[in-house]
Design a protein around this ligand. Structure first.
Ligand SMILES: Cc1cc2nc3c(=O)[nH]c(=O)nc-3n(C[C@H](O)[C@H](O)[C@H](O)COP(=O)(O)OP(=O)(O)OC[C@H]3O[C@@H](n4cnc5c(N)ncnc54)[C@H](O)[C@@H]3O)c2cc1C
Length: 288
């Protein structure tokens, strides 16, 4: 299957890209790795008349520190996330989650910006970003702004991005040294989207949970931040009874679709199982 006809534009600056997207309005679309957009175009689920390829914009690439934050350019590929020494040291959950996205071929082209901007509840990075308290840098007609990942997702394929916006970077406050983390993903086979997945970042002090943040993938129309579940765990030693209560709180906010990955009730339960496993592994990895 081939996509419908479109005009191709290759700007070399964010300013130029924003200008082009503003010019074409709803008929224009940013192109990053193309691994979500091109399949949608082949299926006629997206029919943009103008593609604005972000690949020629050098300022959208790379990983850097900025004070206590790590800033990752939107066009940084998932493969580059896996290979980054800085990320491996500061935010290792990104490597763990990236390695569970599709296969090496997809990761060579698929970008972090495309993954978080897409709005597909099946994408793995959005829940990880909610878990980490990340924010997105956005450039648009009205200038630049930042949007918290926890406020970005509004529905399946609906985000806080407006027509003409380019997501330029992802800013993540580096978790405390010695934090524990895990991304647990249930999938039907290698390369599949999640049936359910859970991201956990926590810190321990004196054997008790000092902070805990939880994100859930593909168990609702949007990725979920399980705030209440994280709160329940605070001060606990992650004993079985408290984990059970937290898992129940996380399951309660899910509303998955019944689809080829299983009935809704099963996917909710699997979100709970993934969360319990992620908590276990995060605890084992945490210092303190
Ligand atoms: C076989 C296969 C398996 C996959 N499995 C998984 C998986 O298990 N987990 C997972 O998370 N993903 C998976 N993916 C999706 C993959 O990770 C995509 O690469 C990713 O979701 C989108 O990134 P992209 O760079 O390819 O974006 P594109 O496909 O180019 O763009 C996606 C959407 O985001 C918009 N966009 C892209 N970049 C920007 C930007 N900087 N600013 C504003 N809008 C932008 C585009 O306009 C488009 O609407 C899979 C893909 C394939 C083909």
């Amino acid at each position: 299957m081939i996509p419908g006809a479109f005009a191709y534009h290759r700007p070399t600056s964010v300013r130029e890209a924003v200008g082009l997207l503003a010019q074409w309005g709803d008929d224009g679309r940013a192109l990053a790795g193309g691994h979500s957009l091109i399949p949608m175009m082949k299926l006629r689920l997206a029919t943009p008349g103008h593609l604005v390829d972000l690949a020629g914009i050098a300022e959208l690439k790379g990983v850097r520190t900025d004070g206590g934050d790590i800033v990752i350019g939107a066009m940084t590929t998932q493969h580059e996330l896996v290979g980054s020494d800085l990320l491996a040291t500061k935010i290792p959950i990104l490597r763990e989650a990236s390695l569970q996205i599709a296969d090496p071929q997809v990761r060579y082209l698929g970008t972090l910006g495309g993954n978080v901007a897409n709005g597909d509840p099946g994408n793995d990075m959005p829940a990880v970003m909610m878990c980490l308290g990340a924010s997105y840098h956005v450039a648009g007609k009205g200038g630049e702004r930042r949007i918290a990942a926890r406020e970005f997702y509004q529905g399946a394929y609906f985000t806080a991005l407006e027509t003409g916006d380019v997501l330029t970077a992802v800013r993540i406050p580096a978790p405390a040294a010695g934090h524990g983390y895990a991304y647990e993903k249930l999938k039907r086979k290698i390369g599949d989207y999640a049936t359910a997945a859970a991201a956990v970042v926590l810190t321990m002090s004196g054997g008790r949970v000092a902070s805990c943040s939880i994100g859930l993938t593909n168990v609702a129309e949007t990725p979920l931040w399980a705030e209440e579940a994280g709160k329940i765990l605070l001060g606990s030693a992650l004993d079985q009874a408290t984990v059970k209560r937290a898992v129940a709180a996380a399951e309660a906010i899910t509303a998955p679709a019944t689809d080829a990955r299983g009935p809704a009730q099963y996917r909710t339960k699997m979100a709970g199982v993934m969360l319990a496993r992620a908590l276990n592994r995060a605890k084992a990895r945490a210092g303190g």
